[in-house]
Every structure is written in structure tokens, then in C-alpha cells.
Write a protein that binds this ligand. Structure first.
Ligand code: NAD
Length: 343
């Protein structure tokens, strides 16, 4: 795909849309970002067919169908998705249905813009799949747009991105290239987040974090994710927990579990965090860093019901997936108990 990166480069969006041969695009995003969507549409020099500000987390199938219908009614020949993973996910859903090309303008660190992975939620079940048709053709990363991302969400979204890097480091199909990208992505985000907490509109820190998110999203798209993503997917899908916060809570626990079976990943994370390459030290450093940044540290704090843990264990064990360390009922239950209590 083509990537345009830099402060102020949103101004080039119209030219990027034209470069793809698109003339009439639907601008998609969440209701909270409607003003940004309208400003983006206004900047498209007459190429905006309309604005659809109804994206929601986990892409409800009914919202995806409504967006696809709107695109068809308007005769749109493409979509511009502005926002976080929910907005990009909606663009992907329209691409899946009508094959319309997507241009992504990411405003969080979730990384969906770099992957061919789509998701749709219906009747409380989230289905995901991979399809080249949903991979955005062009991504415009403008760190200026992330200045308004609230500090709390900046932190959890950044840790969500770090989780992509961590699982890419122990992925069964990881390569020396993805390992380099993952380590640098994690390092870049972990360096930028404290500066963002200190000064949320620091454009250098925002640029560093977004560049880290780009790398982390790229390795998410290029490798197979393991226990951490599986667990967060089940937790989020079954109990509608907030996506980025769930990743932030769970990550140190999975690193503690998998670390002894993934020494190269632990070494890379040790370098990214500036601590010794020891599984326990790395897991603890991640937990300490998340706490210092103000991220939630327990599933209890983000709305998980205690009596739901057993269901999560069942659902995670029911579908096999790649993981460096064995996952047994006992070890998974202990891991989840730790996540629930934040210990
Ligand atoms: P999100 O897109 O749901 O955004 C969270 C909130 O932040 C929304 O209210 C949004 O309007 C607001 N927001 C976003 N950017 C903002 C900004 N710059 N300023 C002010 N407000 C802003 O959250 P997310 O964590 O980016 O995405 C989560 C979703 O993305 C989940 O559904 C997840 O499954 C999906 N996801 C998919 C992939 C993939 O590869 N398919 C990858 C990562 C995440």
C-alpha cells in the first residue's frame, strides 16, 4: 500500500484520492468525530459524496449494512475512513460487501489500517477474517489528528499497538524483518507515551507514537497472533469490554506466561523497555509502565464480571491457535484470575 506520513499531510488527502482514480467517496467515522469527518470531507475538493458518522466499536453488522447501502445509494466509488479501528473497520466492511477501495486516515494507534483483517459483530458474536480487498489502498498518517486523542485512550491504544509487536515477536510465522519492525515499533511507542502523558499535544511525541503504531500495525497484518489477541478477542466479544483497555490489562500477564518459552521475544522486549532480558523482569516492567502511564490494571476495573471468567476459559480453550507456551485449563484460569484482580 501507499503510505503518506507527517504533520499536516492530511492536506494531501484530496490528491491521494485522485491518485487512486476515485471521484466520489463516502467519508466514514464515529459520531464523536463527526466534526473531523465533515472537515475532512470539505477538504476533498468536491470529491466527497457524503459523510456517514455512525461507526461503532466491533463493527455491528447492521451498521456495516447501512454504510454499504449509503455508499451504493450515493454512487460512491470509494470510502475514506477517518478515526480509530472502529472507523477503519467500517470502511473494511463496505469494501468486503461492495469491493470499494478504502483510504484510511488513522487517528488512534490500533493499527487496523495496516491489516487485511476484517471483523463483523452479530448477535453478540464477532467474526473475523482476512481478505486482500479490505486492505486500505492508501494510508494518510497525520500526527496532528492524534493531538485530540484523550491521554487515557492514547495510553491504552499505544499499549494495544505494543501487544501487536509482542505477539509478532513470538509468532510462528515471524521473520527477521517482522522482528526488527516489532521491536522498533514497541520501542518507539514506549518512548513516546510518557511524553504524551506529560504534554498531550507534543507533536514530536505524537509523531513517534504514530510511527510506532504504523510498525506495530504492519506486523499485526504480517504475522499470526497468539494467546494475547485470542484472549482479548473473547473478552471483548463476550462482555463488550473496551478494546484498547482490555489489551492494556492483559498484556503483562500473557508476557509472564509465554516469556519463558519465547527467549528471543523477551530479549527484544528487554531492549525496547531498557531492562534485563528475563521473562519476569520484562513482564513486571510492562505492568509497571502501564500503571505509571495511568492505564487500568485489572479486568475488574473495566467492567468484567467475575462470574464470566469460566466462560472465557471455555471459549479460549475451544478454538486451537498458535502459542509459544502450552495453555492448560489450570494455567489459563490462573492467568485470568491475575488479570481480573490486577496482580
Ligand atoms: P475506536 O476506533 O473505537 O475509537 C475509540 C474512541 O476514540 C471513539 O469514540 C473515537 O471517536 C475516538 N477517537 C479516535 N481518535 C480520536 C482522536 N484523534 N481524537 C479524539 N477522539 C478520537 O478505538 P480503537 O481502539 O482505535 O479501535 C478499536 C476497534 O478496532 C476494535 O473493534 C478492534 O477490534 C478493531 N481493530 C481491528 C484491527 C484489525 O486489524 N482489523 C486492528 C486493531 C483494532
Amino acid at each position: 500500500m501507499r503510505v503518506v506520513f507527517g504533520p499536516g499531510r492530511l492536506a494531501e488527502l484530496g490528491a491521494e484520492v485522485e491518485r487512486l482514480g476515485l471521484r466520489w467517496v463516502l467519508v466514514l467515522g464515529t459520531p464523536e468525530q463527526e466534526a473531523t469527518l465533515r472537515a475532512t470531507a470539505d477538504g476533498l475538493d468536491g470529491r466527497a459524496a457524503g459523510v456517514f458518522p455512525e461507526a461503532r466499536q466491533h463493527v455491528p453488522a447492521a451498521v456495516a449494512a447501512a454504510a454499504a447501502d449509503r455508499a451504493r445509494e450515493l454512487g460512491a466509488d470509494g470510502c475514506v475512513a477517518v478515526g480509530g479501528g472502529s472507523s477503519v473497520g467500517l470502511g473494511k466492511a463496505v469494501a468486503l460487501r461492495h469491493g470499494l477501495p478504502v483510504v484510511a486516515v488513522p487517528t488512534t494507534y490500533a493499527g487496523s489500517e495496516m491489516t487485511p483483517i476484517w471483523g463483523l459483530t452479530e448477535d453478540g458474536e464477532k467474526r473475523t477474517g482476512r481478505d486482500r480487498a479490505v486492505l486500505p489502498r492508501t494510508v494518510v498518517y497525520d500526527p496532528e489528528l492524534t493531538r485530540s486523542l484523550p491521554v487515557g485512550l492514547s495510553v491504552t491504544s499505544g499499549l494495544n499497538a505494543v501487544a501487536h509487536a509482542v505477539e509478532a515477536l513470538w509468532a510462528p510465522d515471524g521473520t527477521p524483518i517482522t522482528a526488527l519492525m516489532a521491536e522498533e515499533g514497541a520501542r518507539s511507542l514506549l518512548a513516546a507515551l510518557p511524553a504524551i502523558v506529560e504534554q498531550p499535544d507534543d507533536i514530536d511525541a505524537r509523531s513517534g507514537a504514530l510511527q510506532g503504531a504504523w510498525l506495530c500495525g504492519a506486523v499485526l497484518g504480517a504475522t499470526t497472533m497468539s494467546l494475547h489477541h485470542k484472549l482479548c478477542h473473547v473478552l471483548g466479544g463476550s462482555f463488550d469490554l473496551p478494546h484498547a483497555e482490555t489489551h492494556a490489562v492483559v498484556l503483562p500477564h500473557v508476557v509472564a506466561h509465554n516469556g519463558p518459552s519465547a527467549p528471543a521475544a523477551v530479549a527484544a522486549l528487554g531492549r525496547a523497555l531498557g531492562v534485563a532480558a528475563d521473562p519476569e523482569t520484562v513482564a513486571k516492567a510492562l505492568a509497571d509502565r502501564a500503571r505509571e502511564l495511568g492505564a487500568p490494571t485489572s479486568l475488574a476495573a473495566i467492567g468484567m464480571p467475575r462470574d464470566g471468567l469460566a466462560l472465557v476459559v471455555e471459549r479460549v480453550l475451544a478454538q486451537p491457535y498458535a502459542n509459544p507456551a502450552p495453555v492448560t485449563r489450570a494455567s489459563l484460569t490462573a492467568l485470568l484470575e491475575g488479570c481480573f484482580a490486577g496482580e
